[in-house]
Design a protein around this ligand. Structure first.
Ligand SMILES: [Zn+2]
Length: 446
């Protein structure tokens, strides 16, 4: 997320790469590589043409509260005797604290972990995904076990009487404004019938539909289309990344939904921070459409302070490369030309903005006054090929507050995100044996 820590880790990253030199020396490989495009070196970047923006100082800060959302996951074999039977534990959560508490914390030279636990309020959620060679009772296949597990999770009540399925339905059918009458489902999970219109008015009370062709059940959560990439023999491993991203964003959507019902004015003083991009990928990509509509609605009618922070990937590597060339307090507003020229090898389409089928925001590379560099997606609603500062609502407020969240004790990352990481991360558990035991008990009790 911040380039300093990644630089610190570099020697060990390179240590393992010596074995790769053999492959690069292969004449077939080098011949192939000669015809390929790579991300550009910093020397190739024409800084005169880079669309930069000087981030303004704030006279007053409207942000009073921070909510950070993050998650982690671990794959666990259910029984030692059958290592191919696998479950995936997702653990994710939202961390809440006030800006005032955070500022008090910085006065102290060292922050005790116990003080941090006083600072935050965290909501932790768990979800267990049957991943391979397993089925839950009552379901005939792995695919249907996965579908049912996701649906059941959304039907639980994580926030008292409110269910995730309620806020998800609100998003999908755009109930925040004049609702859309149907959602087009690409294929029926049972019979494969294409383009099924899931009509809001035909939805059952339990958030299910009937396939017009095979009459089998369709869960509202089938709109994630994950069933399309689950194979009963190979497993559901292909959905894990997409699902993790969905679950974290479902927490975000749910919180926005709850705030709009209880006290919409709170949106004027909360900064939401999400780990990773503001986007839906792969099978789940279509969900970016109602999300874009929601962001647009919030920008017009209320307010939304939200940032997606990337820790790794091509954009972070590029930000790392150019960090020294960028003046402190400036942001690069990444446009099509810049992204395809320097970061993602490709040919910019004159009309199709980068990420138009996945993102509900645009990315900037931000170098704070203290020289830390961040890759941030900011919510924009509509996306243009060459965004200008005016296309990023609240850019100064969001970036200035990200700067405030720096944290030296957690490997130069941001306080809330590293805290959530620590608190929800399953890798922090003493061993996966506990999980294995848990898995065994859960399965045998079914
Ligand atoms: Zn069907």
């Amino acid at each position: 997320m911040s380039y300093t820590s990644r630089r610190g880790r570099r020697p060990s990253e390179y240590a393992s790469k010596s074995s790769h030199s053999f492959i690069i020396n292969d004449p077939d490989v080098s011949g192939f590589l000669a015809n390929c495009d790579y991300p550009k070196d910093v020397e190739d970047v024409d800084f005169d043409k880079v669309p930069t923006y000087t981030v303004k100082n704030l006279t007053s800060n409207p942000i009073k509260n921070i909510i950070a959302i993050d998650g982690g996951r671990t794959e666990v074999p259910v029984r030692r005797e059958f290592p191919s039977s696998v479950l995936t534990f997702f653990q994710f959560g939202a961390l809440y604290f006030t800006m005032a508490d955070l500022e008090n914390l910085y006065i102290k030279p060292f922050i005790e972990p116990s003080e941090i636990s006083k600072l935050k309020e965290i909501q932790r959620l768990k979800f267990i995904l049957p991943t391979k060679n397993i089925r839950v009772s009552g379901m005939d296949t792995l695919k249907n076990s996965v579908r049912k597990s996701i649906y059941d999770f959304f039907m639980q009540n994580p926030q008292g009487d409110k269910k995730f399925i309620e806020s998800f339905k609100w998003l999908l059918f755009e109930d925040f404004q004049s609702s859309i009458s149907f959602w087009n489902l690409a294929s029926c999970p049972t019979c494969g019938q294409r383009d099924i219109k899931l009509k809001s008015e035909e939805m059952e009370k339990d958030y299910t539909f009937k396939c017009p062709s095979c009459k089998e059940i369709i869960y509202l959560t089938d709109t994630f289309r994950l069933h399309e990439i689950i194979d009963n023999e190979i497993g559901a491993g292909g959905i894990i990344g997409y699902l993790g991203n969905v679950l974290e964003q479902v927490v975000l959507i749910h919180l926005i939904w709850v705030i709009l019902q209880i006290k919409p004015s709170l949106l004027n003083e909360v900064l939401f921070i999400k780990d990773g991009q503001l986007a839906f990928f792969g099978q789940t990509a279509n969900i970016h459409e109602p999300m874009k509509a929601l962001i647009k609605y919030l920008i017009e009618k209320h307010s939304i302070y939200l940032a997606g922070l990337e820790k790794s990937g091509a954009f972070v590597e590029h930000a790392d490369e150019i960090a020294d060339k960028l003046a402190p307090g400036t942001a690069i507003l990444l446009n099509n030309d810049y992204i395809y020229r320097y970061i993602i090898p490709g040919r910019p389409d004159a009309t199709d903005p980068y990420g138009s089928t996945t993102y509900y925001g645009r990315k900037v590379i931000y170098k704070a006054d203290d020289e830390r560099v961040y890759v941030v997606t900011l919510p924009t609603g509509d996306i243009s090929v060459s965004p200008e500062a005016k296309d990023f609502p609240n850019i100064d407020i969001i970036l200035q507050n990200i700067k405030k969240l720096k944290c030296d004790m957690y490997d130069s990352s941001l306080i809330p995100v590293s805290l959530v990481n620590n608190l929800v991360s399953l890798s922090n558990h003493p061993s996966s044996v506990i999980l294995e035991k848990f898995a065994r008990n859960t399965i045998s009790s079914r």
